[in-house]
Design a protein around this ligand. Structure first.
Ligand SMILES: NC(=O)C1=CN([C@@H]2O[C@H](COP(=O)(O)OP(=O)(O)OC[C@H]3O[C@@H](n4cnc5c(N)ncnc54)[C@H](O)[C@@H]3O)[C@@H](O)[C@H]2O)C=CC1
Ligand SMILES: CC(C)CC(=O)C(=O)O
Ligand SMILES: [Mg+2]
Length: 365
């Protein structure tokens, strides 16, 4: 198979983890005789330094020629919110990129790894065998809603509007029910319909859509309760359907169940096979440049790209198995390392990439 893959390496730990994702991509390419053409795409911090623009038009034009995009996290240290290089990268690069390609479905799967049960802050009997798929609406809601800055009585008021249309909700609800149909057949809509009008619309439209899926259980939970239930009893969930912001928040929360946010990839999809694949976490400036970031989130993005954009299920399964085998053998990056673990098996970012590449190469054909 021949595919063109646009790579946006991202900021801070972005280049470090993306290098490992490409390492794994090339192992698969060689082993299965595929041809993956890599197109580097300039965006975010480095593009701002060079062009004064976080997402130059030339980057979007090149991205349009690709079959899929692999993206590292964009953004700077949260405390540098007044530096023009970092103050608007999310609004000028991440959100427009998702919107440009109409990637309204964001999939964030949370599964636990048996060899990491002990490092979750949540007890093993609670996290054993969790398999939650967060289906997050990605191109509307408060992140894209009207923003206003007004002054009244000498006091500033800033606002962000949470607005959804019926068709936006219907499209993502259909996706959630379709995924649930192939899984444990349960969709839990998470919203706040006891307070928010937009959530009332979510409930009404999701109930309509559910009528077309009699075999799928249609459940509802207020978001505050869902945040608690995710920790108390995550196994009750199959597909969690959420608005843009609630899915963003709940997925970071859910990442503590398997043990680290550095393990979780995501797929952003529209109505075609084109997709954007990026870790759920940010650019982690606090650990950048030290070769200690966990590259597994980025490596598993390659597996998601194979599954959702290229239809290469076997290749995806090989990558997932190589990650599991490597963790099972005791290898750890710093975020997964606890006292009592074998210090000989504490690996840097690139060494973890090497270990997974080795496990992949050693798998029986
Ligand atoms: N899709 C994207 O490009 C996203 C970008 N961001 C941006 O990233 C920047 C930093 O955001 P933060 O709020 O600090 O969140 P963050 O996700 O970058 O970091 C949160 C914590 O998780 C740790 N962490 C994250 N990824 C890790 C990995 N692979 N291995 C080990 N530890 C890891 C960090 O060290 C930190 O302690 C901000 O500018 C934010 O806007 C945040 C989320 C998504
Ligand atoms: C940085 C934001 C635009 C979104 C975010 O945190 C995410 O998609 O995980
Ligand atoms: Mg987030």
């Amino acid at each position: 198979m021949r595919k063109v893959i646009g790579v946006l390496e991202g900021d801070y730990i972005g280049p470090e983890i993306m290098k490992e994702a490409l390492k794994i991509l090339h192992v698969v390419e060689k082993r299965h005789h595929h041809q993956f053409e890599i197109v580097p795409l300039e965006a975010s911090g480095k593009a701002f330094d060079r062009y004064g623009h976080h997402l130059p038009p030339a980057t979007l034009a090149k991205a349009e020629t690709c079959d899929a995009l692999l993206k590292g996290p964009f953004g700077g240290p949260p405390e540098q919110m007044n530096d023009p290089k970092w103050s608007s990268v999310e609004r000028e690069a991440i959100l427009p990129l998702r919107e440009h390609f109409r990637l309204y479905t964001n999939l964030r799967g949370i599964r636990s790894f048996e060899s990491l049960f002990h490092l979750s802050p949540v007890k093993e009997h609670i996290i054993r065998d969790i398999d939650v798929l967060i289906v997050r609406e990605l191109t509307s809601g408060m992140y894209y809603g009207e923003k206003k800055e007004t002054v009244s009585g000498g006091e500033r008021q800033f606002s962000d509007v949470e607005a959804y249309t019926e068709s936006e909700i219907r499209k993502i609800a259909v996706k959630a029910f379709e995924y649930a149909k192939k899984r444990k057949k349960k969709v839990t809509l998470v919203a706040k319909s006891n307070v928010l009008k937009s959530s009332v619309l979510w409930r009404e439209v999701v109930n309509e859509v559910a009528g077309f899926y009699p075999d799928v259980e249609n459940d509802y939970m207020h978001v505050d309760n869902a945040a608690m239930q995710l920790i108390l009893n995550p196994r009750q969930f199959d597909v969690l359907l959420t608005s843009n912001m609630f899915g963003d928040i709940l997925s970071d929360e859910a990442s503590v169940l398997p043990g680290s946010i550095g393990l979780i990839p995501s797929a952003s999809l529209g109505d075609s096979s084109f997709g954007l694949f990026e870790p759920i976490h940010g650019s982690a400036p606090n650990i950048a440049g030290k070769n200690i970031a966990n590259p597994i989130s980025a490596i598993l993005c390659v597996a998601l790209m194979f599954t959702y954009s290229f239809g290469l299920a076997a290749e995806a399964a090989h990558i997932e198995k190589a990650v599991t085998t490597t963790l099972h053998a005791g290898y750890r990056t710093a975020d997964l390392f606890r006292s009592g673990d074998d210090p000989q098996k504490l690996l840097g970012t690139s060494q973890m990439g090497d270990a997974i590449a080795r496990a992949l190469a050693e798998q029986q054909q």
